[in-house]
Design a protein around this ligand. Structure first.
Ligand code: MV4
Length: 447
């Protein structure tokens, strides 16, 4: 096992990784930007090193600074967390060249899952259902029209280098498709430096259901159940839960097998997630593979008892997977608390948190870097806390989560805590009738 590791991240996930290190007896080394001098991860880690100015491109995304920090601190491996460099194949490759372990998948697997069109093709060839659409990249408008004619409108044009909805355009007719094709390609070029796009049929009313995967370096891959992530706003997830109210035991089994097949098709190791669309008619389609530990991983941990970050370290060190016959019990729901103002179109709400209170109690877990006196920097993702409730039943988890979110207090910054409480206690959510448009009912003002 690694003895000293560097955490190339910040915020709640850096804290989460430090805690896993403590459990494994690993020395944790935090990196921080000058904006994070007083952040919790900086003080909580065993050691810490400043890597640059506030701008992420000059600190948490700056590969030379991170590698230099690892060399200076004699770190044996780097945990990238999520976001930042976590799905940067070049970074994983540089770690390999520098003989620094990477707590995550291989550069090859990151590369393939980051090329959505190639990943989609590979997974389809392995026999997993994918959304009807193009074979690979599409650049010719006439070819796009022919594909749309075959699969039927509406269609989605998706950036191959994208993810989480970036560089995605819908089209309902021929003229719109031609526009969508060039707009999505231009957007993709600007955002990712890669204009490649592909086409899928737009599956209306589909739910977002994803499966947690763990793979070791000995060829073993397991699926650790699903997470229902349909409640999102502009591709930002607000609520995630397991089990999904949209699955029957038979469907769950089929999707878990498909998720394992997808992971094996891309030679995946470490923690990853297979994303599916679940159509209203019960059909499911693989859409993409996320090559990282995800924000919502605690939901899976709460029902399986697994510690996914500990498992990440173990499999990265070459140990065989031990999470095998984990039978999920009960239900878990996560609410994301962002420093954003739901009453003001989710405007960022950075600044000093003069006082705060984090909830607790039976079945409640709070993953957060908050403390009284913390200044939320304006430079990074605004996730402040994840409140996760577990229950023997979904209803019990809902009741616990609502109580916890009502207890959640921050003075000085606005958050999404109360909005999440209102969503979770609503009749529609309690009935488990989730759809991509669900969230709109709860927004104080239109858009
Ligand atoms: C789709 C889709 C409909 N049809 N693909 C959302 C994030 C990214 N991973 C892909 N996403 C979608 N892909 C096809 N072919 C609808 C979405 C989608 C969505 C799906 C489920 C729940 C909420 C959603 C919000 C926005 C977009």
């Amino acid at each position: 096992m690694f003895r000293r590791i560097l955490i190339a991240n910040r915020g709640e996930i850096a804290v989460r990784i430090i805690r896993a290190c403590r459990q494994l007896g690993i020395t944790s080394i935090a990196v921080y930007s000058t904006a994070d001098q007083d952040s919790l991860h900086t003080s909580l880690a065993d050691e810490s090193i400043c890597i640059g100015p506030p701008s992420a491109s000059e600190s948490y995304l700056h590969i030379p600074s991170i590698i230099a920090a690892a060399e200076i601190c004699d770190a044996h491996a780097i945990h990238p967390g999520y976001g930042f460099l976590s799905e940067n194949a070049k970074f994983a490759e540089i770690c390999r060249e520098c003989n620094i372990g990477f707590i995550g998948p291989t550069p090859e697997a990151i590369s393939l899952s980051g090329d959505k069109a190639a990943c989609r093709r590979r997974v389809r060839e392995a026999g997993v259902p994918v959304v009807p659409g193009s074979e690979g990249l599409v650049s010719d408008p006439e070819e796009a029209l022919a594909i749309a004619k075959e699969i039927g409108f509406p269609v989605l044009v998706k950036a191959s280098a994208g993810g989480g909805g970036k560089g995605m355009r819908t089209a309902h007719n021929d003229v719109a498709l031609k526009n969508a094709l060039s707009l999505a390609a231009a957007e993709a070029e600007a955002a990712f430096g890669n204009p490649g796009v592909y086409i899928e049929k737009f599956i209306e009313g589909a739910r977002h259901v994803e499966f947690q995967i763990m793979g070791d370096q000995h060829g073993k891959v397991v699926a650790l159940g699903e997470r229902e992530c349909t409640i999102q706003r502009r591709h930002q997830k607000l609520i995630e839960e397991t089990p999904s109210t949209g699955l029957t035991p038979a469907l769950r089994k089929k999707m878990a097998a498909a998720a394992v097949k997808a992971a094996k098709a891309i030679n995946y190791t470490n923690a990853g997630t297979a994303e599916f669309l679940l159509a209203p008619d019960g059909e499911f389609y693989f859409i993409e593979f996320n090559a990282r530990i995800q924000v919502e991983h605690p939901v899976t941990e709460e029902v399986t008892g697994a510690d996914l970050v500990v498992e990440q370290f173990r499999v990265a060190a070459g140990e065989p997977l031990e999470v095998d016959a984990l039978k999920p019990t009960g239900a878990a729901i996560e609410a994301r608390v962002y420093a954003e103002d739901p009453e003001n179109n989710f405007a960022p709400s950075p600044g000093l948190i003069s006082r705060c209170h984090l909830p607790g109690g039976a079945g409640i877990r709070v993953d957060s870097h908050l403390y009284s006196g913390y200044v939320v920097p304006r430079y990074y993702d605004s996730l402040l806390a994840k409140v996760i409730a577990r229950g023997r039943t979904r209803d019990e988890a809902i009741n616990r989560l609502v109580a916890a979110l009502d207890e959640f207090t921050t003075e000085g910054v606005r958050t999404t805590a109360k909005l999440c409480a209102r969503i979770v206690e609503s009749d529609g959510f309690r009935r488990g009738e989730l759809s991509p448009t669900f969230i709109e009912q709860f927004l104080p003002r239109a858009k």
